[in-house]
Write a new protein. Sequence first.
Length: 265
Amino acid sequence: MTARNLLVPHDFTSAGDTALNYAIDLAKTFDAEINLLHVTKNSKDNKKAEAQFLKLTENLDTKGLNINVIVRKGDIFETIGNVAKENHTSIVVMGTHGAKGMQKVFGSFAIKVIKSTHTPFIIVQEGHKYTTTKNIVFPVDISKECLQIEQVVSAIARKSDSKVHILSEKYSDTAYKIKSAVNLQILNKEFAEHNIEHVNENIKKISSDDILDYAKTHNCDLIGISYYSDSVFSQFDTIFQEIIMNKEKIPALIINSKEVGNYFF
């Protein structure tokens, strides 16, 4: 096993195929291997799943890339996190197409899956066509938790030579202004030290609409955001879900900031 690996949960749907194709390109960028995971309800189905994986990988462009197959009986809410932890996974890449199959977890159950592990997720919508990541959106509020995804954003930006767009709200409250300024100072210092191109932009509000409008206008390829249940913003779970399921199908990079750990980059 290489120092880096990506985990791709797959339920043999087109959304799973989309996630796998995205992961293949990402793995080549990171010089990582891929662990394909299928979770069964009954161990008697394991052999069938292994055969399906063999057929699936036969027609993929995986030259120079290691793909391992993991089939395990269990509950998806626990198994994904457990397998990621066991294999020191850098990123879980998972597809979604609404409330079907395994992918239903990234509808109303998204938070439960993210909270099961400290490993970052990239959520890719069915039909997304992977292109080289060049512009990453990084929304920043006044909390410390919002900074937790910086290490992952930095790793992707360095490897893909991407520009990071740091978005912040223009607060009127003095205390909020100070907290926001501190967070921006930390991020700008980190990105500068790693020679990552970055820009600071004010938006009207840290909301899904404003974040997505900016991402669309600036042709951004990835949105990086930390999830934390006690956000200072009301209805944050709704914002979180809307970013995952955005109409532009921009992939979302998400981490559970309460379980932050080593990302093995």
